[in-house]
Design a protein around this ligand. Sequence first.
Ligand SMILES: C[S@@+](CC[C@H](N)C(=O)[O-])C[C@H]1O[C@@H](n2cnc3c(N)ncnc32)[C@H](O)[C@@H]1O
Length: 193
Amino acid sequence: MNYFMAQFGNPSGTFGRFLSKIMNLSNNKMYKANMKKLNNNMRILEIGHGNGKQLELIKKNKKFVFLYGIDISVDMHNLASKRLGKNANLDVATAEDMPYEDSYFDAVITTDTFYFWDDPSRVMAEIKRVLKQEGLFINAHNTMYASSVGKARKGAGIFKADSLIKEGRRNGLICIFKTKLGLFEEQIIFQKE
Ligand SMILES: C[S@@+](CC[C@H](N)C(=O)[O-])C[C@H]1O[C@@H](n2cnc3c(N)ncnc32)[C@H](O)[C@@H]1O
């Protein structure tokens, strides 16, 4: 993968911090759409939180939420920790192996990340494990970014919504809602079968 794409998948240093702000601007529509599907009083995990902007938005708009986040990037973890302070429990961890007990979350959310996962099948199995029975997995992504990452990764991973839905089904997560949010943005919601 080239340097530019690798930075989106694991932002680091000055350039990574700059990119995280660009991502905030380009992903804002997806943050808002995800937030609309969340309620007060939920325990929520964000996978690949980047600089923490989406978690901050949730904190400002929902009452009595308990926020958690994981990211593989130490620099993004540090940025988000600074932004959110005691308002969120953040860990440097991979979605393939989450540091949480079973049936812990009311919602797991992720924006602009699934095309970077090394083992999507394992991530979907992990999401199913940490979700409560009635919990939601809310994914938002950009189809244009997905296909660019697909080219850069030379087919290692999954890059289409249908493939994510298939991996979900194989791991006990059923797609209950799929919608277009814009020209390139999509949202898919899963629930445990
Ligand atoms: C394109 S950025 C999107 C960041 C953020 N969601 C946003 O919308 O601004 C992808 C993020 O996912 C993180 N990431 C990639 N693969 C991951 C994995 N397997 N587990 C956890 N985080 C991951 C990256 O470090 C990066 O912060």
